[in-house]
Design a protein around this ligand. Structure first.
Ligand SMILES: NC(=O)c1ccc[n+]([C@@H]2O[C@H](COP(=O)([O-])OP(=O)(O)OC[C@H]3O[C@@H](n4cnc5c(N)ncnc54)[C@H](OP(=O)(O)O)[C@@H]3O)[C@@H](O)[C@H]2O)c1
Length: 259
């Protein structure tokens, strides 16, 4: 265990996921302080874990923490962060989406270390891949406990992975569209869902195997020439699917970089 006291300003979905991952046995931190908002999540974590404490307010979280995690939404970030008095040398991990390092630095008067990170909900099960920037051994070690840390060598690299992380809903959207289509053609929706979920899970597992050289190679491997998979991929690519995806990623990157 290398972190004694970690605090979270913003006790929402991603904080709950991180807290659960950090306190999975063997726990990685001794004490966790969470801000009182959201009251329900804070109370749940407090009730479940002896080592989670609900702080009096955001400043109380700062005062009690060696490592401070900012986990609030971007819309209120300036108001909340500029109202905090941090300690020189404090370690800050910002999860705030589309809010770059320079802005955070302007809002924080103290001489702190700031690392940006994009943990995903899977950190709750210690299976999340987390991009972080700038590279930092201490923060990478924390996210390696929660899955796998990817240290980005440049802001551009970090922004690109942030854009890629916006694919999560579309992944499930493709599953839902397929299930919708099955249902529209007469298959019981529950049966469709029970088929699609393990199909996609197996494909994701296959992509993780160390022998995989590229996704293109996998795509070819799973598409028999003249077969059904090849036909769907070809339709997807020629009827605007690939273009729609590239455009969406470009738009989300522009939003991230424009922040
Ligand atoms: N969820 C993810 O997978 C994920 C992944 C990476 C990064 N992020 C980023 O992490 C941040 C948090 O995301 P989230 O999904 O956890 O959002 P969330 O569930 O909405 O949590 C944010 C929390 O902030 C609380 N809050 C509101 N005003 C506050 C204040 N003045 N002081 C302290 N806390 C306050 C809210 O409490 P109330 O409910 O009482 O308003 C809410 O519980 C966002 O910037 C998001 O983009 C999220």
């Amino acid at each position: 265990m290398t972190i004694k006291r970690i605090g979270f300003v913003g006790t929402g979905a991603i904080t709950e996921a991180m807290v659960r991952g950090l306190l999975t046995t063997p726990a990685y931190v001794s004490e966790i302080y969470v801000s009182p908002r959201n009251a329900e999540v804070a109370a749940r974590l407090d009730a479940e874990f002896d080592t989670v404490f609900v702080a009096a307010d955001n400043q109380d979280v700062v005062n009690r923490s060696d490592v401070l995690v900012l986990a609030i939404r971007p819309q209120i970030a300036e108001e909340v962060v500029s109202g905090l008095v941090l300690k020189d040398g404090q370690s800050v991990i910002s999860l705030i989406a589309a809010t770059e390092h320079r802005k955070l630095r302007n809002w924080i008067a103290a001489d702190v270390k700031i690392v940006q990170a994009i943990p995903l909900p899977f950190v709750a099960d210690r299976q999340g891949v987390t991009a972080l920037y700038p590279p930092d051994t201490e923060v990478a070690a924390l996210f390696d406990v929660l899955g796998t840390a990817v240290q980005c060598g440049s802001k551009r690299e970090y922004d690109l992975l942030a854009a890629a992380s916006a694919m999560m809903s579309t992944y499930f959207g493709i599953m839902e569209t397929t299930t919708d289509w099955l249902a529209a053609h007469g298959l019981d929706r529950a049966k469709g869902q029970a088929y699609i979920a393990p199909l996609f899970a197996s494909l994701a597992q296959r992509a993780l195997r160390p022998d995989v050289t590229s996704f293109a190679a996998l795509s070819t491997e799973f598409a028999t020439i003249g077969g059904l998979n090849e036909q769907v991929l070809s339709d997807f690519e020629t009827k605007g699917g690939r273009e729609a995806l590239a455009t969406a990623l470009g738009r989300v990157l522009a939003r991230i970089e424009g922040a």
